[in-house]
Design a protein around this ligand. Structure first.
Ligand code: CP
Length: 301
């Protein structure tokens, strides 16, 4: 069985730290060529800017080549082919499959029939493990450590797959969490039960001011319009939070604002010019993290 990255739990704590170290090496020297001759398939059944392009850039920087599609309209899925059959076929052509899909569990299904490593580039509201690794890279870079940090997650904690994987990963690093959301968008109980089991400190609040001045990382998220069954439900909560520069007057000097992006209205552009904004650098680190993930899963450790 090839090693996959479907959930962040597919990597141990040591493997996560190794990926971060590897990414640092790639950031210091990004012109690599040791995957020359390899082919990586990027199959995106759902829109993406950062994840797809940074994976494709990573493949190119490693000397490999990319095949794939940015949406499935021109694939044989439009004729009714199953995901399983598509993956079996692509396994014949590529040395690795990177896949984004709107359905929770689709990456698991892909891995169950693939003969090459599969990376989950986001499956519905479930997980986004490569995003988590780049989030950890940004956290470690800005805070100097991953342990004992106060992390405030704000916004759509129900549908946001990035926060789900990140909570899961941070559980190994003794965090204190503040979960800031409207009642309609609470962190799923599955993760709350995991935190209870591991006796990890957390609080759930409605007001963004409740955790702002004590956090080391303010992890803002977009309300995920595409996940709501009814647009009227989205309209009720879409403007729940808007971070502005004027709200940052009493935060810790070392605090950083992260966001998986894209943003809509939840971070005003006047935050971009403050010392706290780190979301664009965070996304930039994604390419090095993805170079590390690809290399590791293809056996170049
Ligand atoms: N963070 C993230 O997944 O962005 P994209 O949807 O643009 O890939």
């Amino acid at each position: 069985m090839p090693k996959n990255l479907i959930s962040i739990r597919d990597f141990s704590k040591d493997e996560i730290l190794h990926i971060l170290d590897l990414a640092k090496e790639f950031e210091a020297n990004r012109e690599q060529n040791f995957l020359a001759g390899k082919i990586v398939a990027c199959l995106f059944f759902e829109p993406s800017t950062r994840t797809r392009l940074s994976f494709e850039a990573a493949v190119n920087r490693l000397g490999a080549r990319v095949i794939g599609f940015p949406d499935n309209r021109n694939t044989s899925q439009s004729k009714g082919e199953t995901l399983e059959d598509t993956i079996k076929i692509v396994s014949n052509y590529a040395d690795m499959i990177i896949m984004r899909h709107p359905q929770t569990g689709a990456a698991d299904i892909a891995a169950s029939v693939a003969s090459v490593p599969v990376v989950n580039a986001g499956d519905g509201i479930n997980q986004h493990p490569s995003q988590t690794l780049l989030d950890l890279y940004a956290i470690k870079k800005t805070q100097g450590r991953l342990e004992d940090l106060n992390i405030d997650m704000v916004g759509d904690l129900k549908y946001g797959r990035a926060v789900h994987s990140l909570v899961d990963a941070l559980m190994d690093f003794n965090p204190t969490f503040t979960f800031t959301s409207p009642d309609e968008l609470l962190m799923p109980r599955k993760y709350i039960e995991m935190l209870d089991e591991k006796k990890i400190n957390y609080k759930e609040v409605r007001d963004i001011e409740a955790g702002l001045n004590e956090c080391d990382i303010l992890y803002m998220t977009r309300v995920q319009r595409e996940r709501f069954p009814e647009i009227s439900e989205y309209d009720k909560v879409k403007d729940s939070y808007r971070l502005t520069a004027s709200m940052l007057g009493s935060v810790k000097p070392s605090m950083k604002v992260l966001h998986p992006l894209p943003r809509v209205n939840e971070i005003a552009t006047d935050v971009d010019d403050t010392q706290y904004a780190y979301y664009f650098q965070q996304a930039g680190g994604g390419m090095y993290i993805r170079m590390a993930i690809i290399s590791y899963l293809l056996g170049y450790k």
